[in-house]
Design a protein around this ligand. Structure first.
Ligand code: ATP
Length: 878
C-alpha cells in the first residue's frame, strides 16, 4: 500500500504496487491482498450483525412494559405469571430475531443480484467482477455512468470528468488528468486521482487502485453521504408511533383502574392482577413481527418477478405513487435501432430493412463521407459481428455492413487521434481522426445543434454555403413526426490539431440519418393499467419533440388528436419560478417533456413533487442520478442502467421491463392494505380486551380475562389471523382505485371508527356472557371467566370477517378468498382447544373444561358482536 500516490509518477506507483496496466495483478497477489485488507466495502454499509439484531429485540417499549409487568408479578409472589411473562418476552424476541435475521439474509441475497461490478484487468484478461472483490494494485477501467469503486491513480484517460460532490460538496464536474501534482495537494486538487463513491460523468479512464474499503477518502471521513431527502415517515416509524401511543394510553388506564380499585376495595392482589392484565392486553405484541414478515414477504415476492426493492420502506411509497416519469429510449421503446432513411443534400435514400441497393453509394461522394463519419465517430466495435455498445452506434456499423464499404478498413485507415465523448448537454459526440498528415473532425448528434455548427453543406461532393438550414430543420421535423430518431452528421478538415483548441465550429453538413426504434409491444396495455389506477405517466426525454410525440401516440400515452398542450420543450424554460403562470401550469400538466437537459429532469421531478406528486422516476444514465435520488421512488433498469443509477435507485427492474413497475405498485398497494387490515384487527381485539377488563372491574363483575389468558390470546391465537391478513393478495379492484393520498397515516378517521366499533361490539358480547353466566346460569367465577374467554376468542376470530370494505360482498371478498385466513382460524381454534385440554396449559391459563352447551352459548354471544358490527356498517355508522 502506498501513500500520496498523487505526487508520484504513474510508473513509480505501478512499480510499488507490483502491478502492470496490460496484465494487472496475478491471482495469487489478489488472494493475498484480499486477505490482508479484506473486502472493498465501507463498514457503514456492512449488514447488521446477528448480535445487534438480537439485542435490538429487547430494546422496545413493548418489552419494557412486559419486563415491568414481570417484576411486579414476581414482587407480589405471582410466580407463575412472572415466569409466563418471561417466556412471552423470550418467545417474542426469538420470533422477532428469527424474522429479522431471515429478512436480512434475503436482503443480502437480493443485494448480490444488484451489486455493483467493475471492469478490471487481471492476469492479462479483462473481467467484470463485483466491486467488493477489488484490491489495491488492481487495474480498473471506468467510464461515464460508473461509480468509482475505490481510490485510484489515473494511468490513462480520455475526456474524464467526475462528480465528486459526495466527497467535496462541490457539485460541478471535475476534469481529470494524468499529470503528477504536488505532495501537499488537497483532495480537490488531486486531479490525477479518482475517489471511491464519486461518479464518472463523462469520458473514460484506466486507473490503478491505491486504497480500498475504509482506507479510501470516503471511508475516512465520518460525514455520511447525505441521505436521500425523502420526506415520508417510514412505515416502521408509523407503527412504532402507534404502539407507543397505545402503551401510554394503557398505562394511564391501568393506573386509574388500580387506584380506584384500591380505594374502593381491599383486594390488592386482584387489582394488581387487573393492572398487569390491562398492560399486557393493550399492547399489540404481535404487531411489529407481523409487519416485518408482511413487508419482507412482499419484497421477496417481487424479486421473483425481477423487481428488487432495496428498502422495505419503499413498498409503502409505491402504494402512494401517483406520477411515473420515464425516459423514452429503451423504456418505452425497444432500443433496437435500425437505419431507415438517409437524407443528403439533394438526395433521399429510403431503406426497407437494409435491403435497398442504392445508386448513391457509387455516385454521391457525400454518402461516402456520411459512412466514414458513422464509422469513425463511433464507439462500437467495427470488427465484431455482434455489437454490445450504444444502440445507435451499433445500428450504424450494422448498416455499413449492408453497403459496399468496410467499417474495419475505414477505422484502420483513419486512426482516432482524440475523442470528445458523447455529451448529454451538447447532445453530440466528436472524434479527431488522422488523414495522412492532416486531420478530420467527425461529428454526429442532435440535428438542431449540429446544423447550428455548420457553415457549408456537402452537395454531391461539392462544398456550398449552408443557406438552407431552415429547410433541413423542417425535414428533421417531418421525419421525427414519423417516429424516427434523427441524428445529423458533419465533418471538417484540419491541417493541424492543437490540444485544447475549439473544434465545435465551421463544420460541413453532410446529412441526417433516421433510425427506427419500435415501441415496446407490451407498453400500450400497461398504459391503460396506470390510467385506471389513477397514475399519470410522463415521458421526459432528450429526444426531438416530433419523435417523442409519435412514440407517445403509438403507445397510447397521448390521444391521437393531441393538441400540443401536453408537450413542453426543454428550450421553453430555464427556471420554473420565472415562468408565466400559464407556462407553469403547462409544465405541471404536460405529459411529454422533450429535448430536456439532465438538470431539467431533476427540476421537473421537484416541480411535480411540490404540486402534490408522489413521483416514481425511471432512469438509467448518469445524468438521471440526481432525479432518481430526489424522486420518491427512484427506479433503475438492471441491465441497461449505469452503476451510478442503480446505486441511488430504490427499485431495480432486473429485466428492464417498464411493465414490471405495475407489479411493484400493485404489491405496494396490497401490502399497505394488508397492513391496515391486521392493524385494525389487532387493535380492535386489544381494545375489546382492555374495555372488558376495565368495565368489569369498575362495575365489580367477575373478571372476564386473566393476564395469562390475555397473553395467550395476543401471542398465540390472534397472531395467526394477523399473519394470514398480511398474506392477502389485495382487493380485486386495487389497481382501479386511485393512489392513496400522499403521507396518509396508517389509520385514518374511518379506520379508527371501525376499530372502536369492533372493539366495543366484542366487549358487549363478553360483558353480556359474563352477566348471563354469573347471574342467570349462576356458574362459578372460574366457569364464568372461562366462558368469557371462549366468547372473546370466538368474537375476535369472527372479527376478521368485519374487515373488508362494505362495497364487497360479505361472502365473497379478499378476506374470504384468502385461504390462509381459513387455515389460521382453524389453527387458532385448535390452540384454544389445547388451552383447555392440555393440563399444563389449562393450569397456567386457569381453564376448566366447558360443556358443549356452554361453548354454544359462548358462540352465540360471540356472533352478536359480528352482527352488531355488520349492522352498524350497513347503516353507515362506520
Ligand atoms: P431518452 O432520454 O428517452 O433516452 P435520448 O436517447 O434521445 O432519449 P439522450 O441520450 O439525452 O436522450 O440523447 C439526446 C440526443 O443526443 C438524442 O436525441 C440524439 O440526438 C443525440 N444522441 C444520442 N446518442 C448519441 C450518440 N451516441 N452520438 C451522438 N449523438 C447522440
Amino acid at each position: 500500500m502506498i501513500q500520496n500516490a498523487h505526487s508520484l509518477e504513474v510508473t513509480e506507483v505501478l512499480n510499488r504496487l507490483e502491478s502492470d496496466p496490460e496484465s494487472g495483478l496475478t491471482q495469487e497477489q489478489v488472494a493475498l491482498r484480499l486477505k490482508e485488507k479484506g473486502e472493498n466495502i465501507l463498514s457503514r454499509k456492512r449488514p447488521k450483525s446477528a448480535w445487534k439484531i438480537l439485542i435490538e429485540q429487547f430494546l422496545s417499549p413493548i418489552v419494557y412494559i412486559l419486563i415491568g409487568a414481570m417484576f411486579l408479578a414476581f414482587t407480589f409472589s405471582e410466580a407463575i405469571e412472572g415466569f409466563a411473562i418471561l417466556v412471552v418476552i423470550l418467545l417474542n424476541s426469538c420470533i422477532g430475531f428469527l424474522m429479522e435475521y431471515k429478512a436480512l439474509r434475503s436482503f443480502i441475497a437480493l443485494e448480490k443480484l444488484v451489486q455493483t461490478t467493475s471492469l478490471v484487468v487481471r492476469h492479462g484478461k479483462k473481467l467484470d467482477i463485483p466491486s467488493r472483490l477489488l484490491v489495491y494494485g488492481d487495474i480498473i477501467e471506468v467510464r461515464a455512468g460508473d461509480v468509482v469503486p475505490a481510490d485510484a491513480r489515473i494511468i490513462k484517460q480520455q475526456g474524464l470528468q467526475v462528480k465528486e460532490s459526495v466527497l467535496t460538496g462541490e457539485s460541478r464536474d471535475v476534469n481529470k488528468t494524468i499529470e503528477t501534482v504536488s505532495l501537499k495537494s488537497r483532495i480537490t486538487e488531486q486531479r490525477n486521482m479518482i475517489f471511491g463513491g464519486t461518479t464518472v460523468t463523462r469520458g473514460n479512464a484506466l486507473a490503478v487502485i491505491i486504497l480500498v474499503g475504509d482506507d479510501t477518502a470516503i471511508g475516512q471521513i465520518s460525514r455520511i453521504i447525505q441521505d436521500k431527502s425523502k420526506k415520508r415517515s417510514p412505515l416502521q416509524k408509523k407503527l412504532n408511533k402507534l404502539t407507543n401511543w397505545l402503551i401510554v394510553l394503557t398505562l394511564i388506564l391501568a393506573g386509574i383502574i388500580v387506584l380506584t380499585g384500591l380505594l374502593s376495595s381491599n383486594d390488592a392482589g386482584l387489582m394488581l392482577k387487573t393492572g398487569i392484565a390491562l398492560a399486557v392486553a393493550a399492547i399489540p405484541e404481535g404487531l411489529p413481527v407481523v409487519a416485518t414478515i408482511t413487508l419482507a414477504r412482499g419484497m421477496l415476492k417481487l424479486s421473483r418477478k425481477q423487481v428488487v426493492i432495496k428498502e422495505l420502506e419503499s413498498v409503502q411509497t409505491l402504494g402512494e405513487t401517483n406520477i411515473i416519469c420515464t425516459d423514452k429510449t429503451g423504456t418505452l421503446t425497444e432500443n433496437k435501432m435500425q437505419v431507415r432513411v438517409i437524407e443528403l443534400e439533394g438526395e433521399v435514400l429510403d431503406f426497407d430493412q437494409f435491403k435497398g441497393e442504392n445508386e448513391a453509394e457509387k455516385s454521391n461522394p457525400a454518402f461516402k463521407e456520411l459512412i466514414e463519419i458513422s464509422v469513425l465517430c463511433n464507439n462500437s466495435n467495427p470488427v465484431k459481428s455482434k455489437h454490445e455498445g450504444d444502440a445507435i452506434e451499433d445500428a450504424l456499423i450494422e448498416f455499413t455492413a449492408f453497403t459496399n464499404f468496410d467499417a474495419a478498413q475505414i477505422a484502420s485507415e483513419f486512426p482516432e487521434f482524440r475523442e470528445y465523448p458523447f455529451d448529454t448537454e451538447k447532445k453530440m459526440m466528436a472524434t479527431v481522426n488522422q488523414v495522412g498528415n492532416s486531420f478530420k473532425v467527425n461529428i454526429k448528434g442532435a440535428p438542431e445543434n449540429i446544423i447550428d455548427l455548420c457553415a457549408t453543406v456537402n452537395d454531391h461532393g461539392k462544398l456550398k454555403p449552408f443557406e438552407n438550414k431552415i429547410d433541413w430543420l423542417r425535414k428533421v421535423e417531418e421525419r421525427a413526426s414519423e417516429g424516427l430518431k434523427i441524428l445529423a452528421f458533419a465533418n471538417r478538415c484540419l491541417d493541424t490539431f492543437k490540444e485544447g483548441s475549439e473544434i465545435y465550429k465551421d463544420f460541413v453538413f453532410v446529412g441526417i440519418v433516421g433510425f427506427l426504434d419500435p415501441p415496446r409491444k407490451d407498453i400500450a396495455n400497461t398504459m391503460k393499467v396506470y390510467k385506471d389506477a389513477g397514475i399519470s405517466v410522463k415521458m421526459i426525454t432528450g429526444d426531438h419533440p416530433g419523435t417523442a410525440v409519435n412514440v407517445a401516440k403509438s403507445i397510447g400515452l397521448l390521444e391521437p388528436n393531441h393538441t400540443g398542450e401536453e408537450l413542453v420543450k426543454g428550450t421553453e424554460f430555464s427556471n420554473f419560478k420565472d415562468c408565466s403562470p400559464d407556462l407553469q401550469r403547462k409544465i405541471i400538466e404536460a405529459k411529454i417533456y422533450s429535448r430536456m437537459l439532465p438538470k431539467q429532469k431533476l427540476e421537473i421531478v421537484e416541480i411535480l413533487q411540490m404540486n402534490g406528486g408522489v413521483v416514481g422516476m425511471l432512469g438509467d444514465g448518469v445524468n438521471d442520478v440526481p432525479a432518481l435520488k430526489v424522486a420518491d421512488i427512484g427506479i433503475a433498469m438492471g441491465v441497461r442502467g449505469t452503476e451510478a443509477a442503480k446505486d441511488v435507485a430504490d427499485v431495480i427492474l432486473l429485466d428492464d421491463k417498464f411493465t414490471a413497475i405495475k407489479l411493484a405498485i400493485h404489491q405496494g398497494r396490497a401490502i399497505f392494505e394488508n397492513i391496515r387490515y391486521f392493524v385494525i384487527f389487532l387493535i380492535s381485539c386489544n381494545l375489546a380486551e382492555v374495555i372488558s377488563v376495565t368495565v368489569s372491574s369498575l362495575i365489580n363483575l367477575p373478571m372476564p380475562l386473566l393476564p395469562m389468558q390475555i397473553l395467550y390470546l395476543n401471542l398465540v391465537t390472534d397472531i395467526f389471523p394477523a399473519l394470514a391478513l398480511g398474506m392477502g393478495k389485495g382487493s380485486r379492484d386495487i389497481m382501479k382505485m386511485g393512489p392513496r393520498p400522499s403521507g396518509e397515516g396508517l389509520l385514518i378517521k374511518k379506520h379508527w371508527r371501525a376499530v372502536i366499533t369492533y372493539g366495543l361490539a366484542i366487549t358487549l358480547s363478553v360483558i353480556a356472557v359474563v352477566i348471563c353466566a354469573n347471574f342467570y346460569m349462576e356458574l362459578s367465577l372460574v366457569q364464568t371467566n372461562n366462558m368469557a374467554f371462549v366468547t372473546l376468542v370466538l368474537a375476535q376470530l369472527l372479527n376478521v370477517l368485519n374487515l373488508p370494505e362494505l362495497k364487497t360482498s360479505f361472502w365473497n371478498n379478499e378476506i374470504t378468498r384468502n385461504k390462509w385466513i381459513w387455515l389460521s382460524l382453524i389453527i387458532s381454534l385448535f390452540l384454544t382447544f389445547l388451552g383447555f385440554s392440555v393440563d399444563f396449559l389449562s393450569d397456567i391459563l386457569s381453564l376448566e373444561r366447558l360443556s358443549f352447551n356452554q361453548v354454544m352459548i359462548s358462540l352465540g354471544f360471540a356472533s352478536i358482536s359480528l352482527v352488531i358490527s355488520q349492522l352498524l356498517k350497513r347503516v353507515g355508522v362506520i
